[in-house]
Every structure is written in C-alpha cells, then in structure tokens.
Design a protein around this ligand. Sequence first.
Ligand SMILES: NC(=O)c1ccc[n+]([C@@H]2O[C@H](COP(=O)([O-])OP(=O)(O)OC[C@H]3O[C@@H](n4cnc5c(N)ncnc54)[C@H](O)[C@@H]3O)[C@@H](O)[C@H]2O)c1
Length: 438
Amino acid sequence: MSIKEDLMNKIINKTAVVGIIGLGYVGLPLAMESSKSGYKVIGFDIQEKKVAMVNKGCNYIGDVEDSEFKEAVSTGMLKATSNFEFIKQVDIILICVPTPLDKYQQPDISYVKSSTEAVGKYLHSEMLVILESTTYPGTTEELLLPILQEISGLKCETDFYLAFSPERVDPGNLKYKTKNIPKVVGGIGEKSTEIASAYYKGVLESEVYEVSSPKVAEMEKILENTYRNINIGLINEMAIICNKMNINIWEVIEAASTKPYGFQAFYPGPGLGGHCIPLDPYYLTWKAKEYNYHTRLIETSGEINNYMSQYILERSTKILNRFKKALKESNIIVLGVAYKNDIDDYRESPALRVIENFQNEGAEVQFNDPYIPVYKYKEKIYYGTELTKEILNKADLVVITTAHKKYNYDFIQKNSQFIFDTRNATKDVINRENIELL
Ligand SMILES: NC(=O)c1ccc[n+]([C@@H]2O[C@H](COP(=O)([O-])OP(=O)(O)OC[C@H]3O[C@@H](n4cnc5c(N)ncnc54)[C@H](O)[C@@H]3O)[C@@H](O)[C@H]2O)c1
C-alpha cells in the first residue's frame, strides 16, 4: 500500500488522529467538529490555562456547545497539551494560531513560524499538515514548505502532504458555523489537495471546494476580508456625508437593499474590530510591495475606518454642545465594547478607541457590556458598570457602540437623557426623541 493510500484509509475509516495547534476561536470549534465526526483529537496550545480548561471539560468559546465539549473530553476523544512531542502521535495537524500585525502594521508571522518549526521537528511520513491561519499569498509555499522539508528531511507530496485551507468562521453567527461553512482547499500538489479535501469531507457538512494551489486559497481569503473592509469604509464615508446632508443613512441602506441584484448591504459604525477584517488586508499590502505595487484602496479604506472613532468623538461633542455642555467632565456611558454584537471578543474593538478618545478629552467615561465585565487596553484595566436606571439617568450622554441583543433598548431609552446610537441598535424603540443615529 502506498503512503497516500495508507493515510487516506485512516482518514476514511476515522482512525487518523487529528492535532490542532492553537485552541482559540478557530481551533477549538474545529477540534470539536473533528472529534464529533469520529476522529481522536489532540489540541496543542502554549497557554497552559487553556490546556487545563480543555482537559477539565470547561468550554471557553461561545460557538462550542458545553455538553458536547464535556462529552468529547470525558470519552477521551479530545484532550489538550502544551507538549509538542505529542505531534509524533498525530496523522493530521492543523495550524490555527494568530496572525496579527506588528507595531509597523506589518504581518507578524512569528506564531505560524514557531508552530511550523514544532511540526517540522516531529513530522513523520504519512502525515498531512494544513495551515488555517489567515495570511499573505505565498506563506504555505514560501515559509511552511521549506521549514518542514529542511527540519524533517522529508519530501512534500512523497512523504508528507501540505495544504492551506482558510478558516471562515464568524463567531456568534447562529446560522453558519464551522460545520456548515463551505471550505476552500489548496494543496502543494494534487495529492495534498486530495487528501486534505478527504479530511474536511469527513468532518464537515459543507461543500469542499478545491483550488489549484495554496496561493489561490490564501488570496481568496484575503479577497473576502478586503471586500468587507472596503465596503465598510465606503458605507462609513456615506454615513459621514449623509449626516452633513441631513439624510438618514440607515433608511438609505434599507431602500438600496430592495434592489434584487448588484447591491449588498453593509452598515456604518464606530470603526472596524476583530482579529480579521481590520488586519488581513494589510497582509496583502505588505506582500504587494514585493511586486512594487501599492494597494491604494486598502489604505484609503483603512484611513476612513480608523477615522470613525474620532468621528464619534466629534459628533458626541456636537450633541453635548447642543445641551450647553462641554465634553470635558461630562458623564458618558459607552454601551458595548465587543467588536460586534452578542460575542465576548474585544480584540481591535473600535469601542476601546472611542473610550480612550473621550478620556483624553477629560470626560468621565463608564462602560457596560453584558459579555465583557472587564477588559485590558494598552496595559490599563477597565471595569464595567451595571446598567441601572440611576446610572443611565446620571449620564449626560449614552453612546451605543455595540448592538448587543441582550440590551433592553426601551429601558435604556426611557432612562437616558440622550443617546448617540452608532449602530442603529434602537431601531425598534418607538419614542426616539432623545436618540441620534450615526
Ligand atoms: N476569530 C475569527 O473570527 C477568525 C475567523 C477566520 C479566521 N481567523 C484566523 O484564524 C487564526 C486564529 O485566530 P483565532 O481567532 O482563533 O485566534 P485566538 O487568539 O483565539 O487563538 C489562537 C490560539 O493559538 C495559541 N497559540 C499561539 N501561538 C502558538 C504556538 N506557537 N503553539 C500553540 N498555540 C499557539 C494561542 O495561545 C491561542 O489560544 C488567525 O489567523 C485569524 O486571522 C480567525
């Protein structure tokens, strides 16, 4: 039996052991789906705290079902470790580590590099390696392939297989989850693509779409997120113009959405947040420079989206001015620090910059978020406040930055002096006398 057939058989009869490096928003749901479909899973993470939580059956990711998680751990289908030597025991290894930007807005690929080196050290024949972290086109071929081949002495497509498959999970999305989002797969060669596809077909309910190379898969992921980034930039600019022209942007978007083709609705807000949309396009910007190309649209969109937190400050100042109040020493409550509604993730959240801007101008700022009681930003700890009648009433201005469904907007409207709603979260509130929209 050839190497490929042997690994393929293990994948088909579910005797392959799956390893997942990085047990975060991407890795943990994938670990769960793999174990639910019948594969034994070993999760790897450098955070001892996460490893301990997994092994105790304590779930920490909103998209993962608590009872299913407990069962996977108690039946031995899922375990975690910080000891990378266990990579020796796995047949398939998926890399799901962070890909942030450094302080110069350049790709910080160090997490991917160090995980790949760990895999290279324990790589054995009949093994499949898949990178899921979002990254610049070329990473799998130019970074992973040489590291893996050099450290292990093994040859890709002969001894082991390597592919890129972008993760598209949308935390908090109730309809589309890891299991039913179509998966794009691009291997180093045909064998890698075929074998990686077979694994995903065994785990997911969704279509698996094969492309001709890892580069195509890497680029399509960047295209998806750049498309969102730029369209949000466009609608934020539209919101600024609409406000100047006294036109309700939200009504405009609703009207445009009646067109059955050629228009997709995007919504304005205080800026971009999360680990993906604000960062991923800059992976392309950086790579494009190698080809002497400057990504103009990405930069312009970034400028507009980054300006939004400053714009919130300017609009808030004008609102307070109408009430003959200065921003300095005003009492402001910011509602929602998560970067989007109904989740507990505040990475890159624009609300953090909005709060910082208010503080820099001498306002007394409090925040509330039903999902985030406390957060850390630039080495400073921020503690949330309760959302009582008294606290709302005392505030000169309530600024809604995240449209959490948990909020009772009627209660907020009734008990607030004035609300600046940057998300149209209060759209169903009947009395809107004391509400101004972005
Ligand atoms: N969060 C999302 O919505 C989302 C969606 C699609 C794609 N992505 C991409 O997926 C990747 C992972 O994102 P995430 O949100 O899951 O990140 P995360 O921060 O939630 O999880 C990453 C995990 O990797 C661990 N880690 C870091 N370095 C490691 C190493 N060398 N070895 C082992 N573990 C290590 C961290 O401790 C952490 O637990 C990123 O490239 C991101 O752009 C994220």
